[in-house]
Design a protein around this ligand. Structure first.
Ligand SMILES: Cc1cc2nc3c(=O)[nH]c(=O)nc-3n(C[C@H](O)[C@H](O)[C@H](O)COP(=O)(O)OP(=O)(O)OC[C@H]3O[C@@H](n4cnc5c(N)ncnc54)[C@H](O)[C@@H]3O)c2cc1C
Length: 427
């Protein structure tokens, strides 16, 4: 996208084409205008259009331009916070509601993929959260207890079963979450766009919202060559928010995360590395993640940006770390490399914000946006349809203020990841 091979990498090279769309160049009326063509905006458009609302979705670049086209593709259940910590951050009532809807999030994603025949490499084999050392194992035991208390199908695997499933003895155990899975993230976004369009939504790409003003009881929304008069406005711009919605970006600290995709692995190697094709991430603070794609490429990632000297440092680390994890991958080449920015809130819980009367948005998925973005797109649709009241939503409404020391923290994450990866071969 934008002729930048480091923005969407493998996903852009292997996703089915996006539905054909054009920029908005006229004045139109709609029940709902949605800014942002990632999972949240597209899921909201789909659910509203299916319920008979007239919807127009405006995307500044292309569907999946933000996090939706750049991520690892782990369809996680819940947030990365431990379940009990979600209650501490969001309160008892919202916390339990949040855990319930997000625990069911992967099932929603998978049902949309099935219902709309979305070709996005869906794999329902679960995810493995892998323990690095005794500390990691202790954390996973707590996670297991807290999820089991809520009836979730999770199971702590011992070191041997983990080694059999992952193909390395590097981990002390792993938490298998059978609700979860993997997908091709850009293909999922494009498939949601196709489904939303088929349901009757108007979709316009290369159409940034440049202003949004409440005039009387309607929203007056301007794009470079178009004009929308809408009853409702939905803001789904998250960490890539710009123009009138740049605050969704500035209210968060952005954590860079990169991915590298190997050449397709041969059959003998594929029989030993993730033979069940689960998605993996580990318990380290500067975490690593990996999963296979449909053609047998290993997609390996960690914290860091592939710029300002970061590309050489992170790729060097990845080669050493992969060789340590899977000695048979020594010398493997990477065919694709890309990175994006993950929006982090100070308590790691997403934000629901009122942008004015009949104007809502959710952002701040903290690296967990595939199923939460899809879920919140649906929740906002239910709110607009009057099927849920604000009091019934899984999040309370919160204010919007710039994240303190945002620039410094972002610099610290980017430089810190380079320092951590410079000479290390640890996973
Ligand atoms: C490298 C990386 C790895 C990740 N890994 C995972 C993972 O494995 N699993 C997981 O669940 N999540 C993961 N995430 C997080 C996930 O990708 C995001 O949480 C998710 O994409 C958020 O969805 P969204 O629809 O809210 O926003 P986005 O997907 O970011 O979409 C926002 C869209 O809004 C558009 N926009 C902005 N301003 C305007 C405007 N003024 N007018 C019109 N359009 C506008 C942008 O162009 C963008 O396309 C990862 C993120 C990154 C970056």
């Amino acid at each position: 996208m934008l002729n930048n091979p480091r923005s969407h990498g493998l996903w852009e090279a292997s996703a089915p084409p996006a539905p054909v769309t054009v920029p908005l160049e006229e004045t139109i009326q709609a029940d709902v205008a949605i800014a942002g063509g990632g999972y949240a905006g597209l899921s909201c458009a789909l659910h509203l259009a299916e319920a008979g609302k007239s919807v127009v979705l405006l995307e500044a670049y292309e569907f999946g331009f933000g996090g939706a086209g750049r991520n690892v593709g782990l369809i996680n259940a819940g947030l990365w916070l431990m379940p009990d910590d979600v209650l501490a951050a969001a309160g008892q009532t919202h916390g339990e509601r949040l855990l319930k809807v997000l625990g069911e999030g992967p099932a929603l994603v998978m049902s949309l993929i099935d219902r709309h025949n979305i070709d996005c490499e869906l794999n329902r084999k679960g995810t493995l959260h892998c323990a690095v050392g005794a500390t990691g194992l202790k954390e996973l035991r707590q996670r297991e207890t807290q999820w089991l208390k809520r009836g979730a199908p999770v199971r702590l695997l011992d070191a041997q079963e983990t080694a059999d499933r992952v193909g390395t003895r590097a981990y002390a155990g792993a938490l298998l979450d059978e609700r979860a899975g993997t997908l091709q993230p850009l293909a999922y976004a494009r498939g949601l766009a196709r489904a939303a369009g088929a349901a009757g939504s108007r979709l316009h790409t290369s159409t940034p919202v440049v202003s949004a003003e409440r005039i009387g009881v309607r929203w007056d929304i301007r794009t470079p060559r178009g004009h929308i008069d809408a009853q409702w406005l939905v803001v789904a711009t998250d960490a890539y928010g710009r123009g009138p919605f740049r605050d969704t970006q500035y209210a968060q600290v952005r954590l860079p995360y990169f991915n590298l995709a190997t050449q397709p692995l041969d059959a003998a190697t594929l029989a030993t590395i993730l033979p069940g094709k689960e998605g993996v991430w580990d318990t380290k603070t500067i975490l690593s993640s990996f999963r296979l794609d449909r053609s047998g490429r290993l997609v390996f990632g960690s914290v860091g940006a592939l710029r300002h000297g970061g590309a050489a440092i992170h790729k060097g680390w990845a080669r050493r770390a992969l060789t340590r994890l899977f000695p048979r991958l020594a010398g493997i080449e990477f065919d694709h490399e890309w990175y994006g920015q993950i929006g982090m809130t100070d308590d790691a819980v997403p934000r629901l914000h009122n942008f004015g009367p009949e104007a809502v948005g959710v952002f701040g998925y903290n690296g967990r946006g595939i199923s939460p973005g899809t879920v919140f797109g649906r929740e906002l649709a239910l709110l607009i349809l009057g099927e849920k009241s604000p009091a019934d939503l899984p999040l309370p409404t919160s204010g919007m203020k710039p994240a303190p020391l945002r620039g410094l923290k972002e610099l610290y994450y980017e430089a810190g990841a380079q320092i951590a990866h410079l000479a290390s071969n640890r996973i």
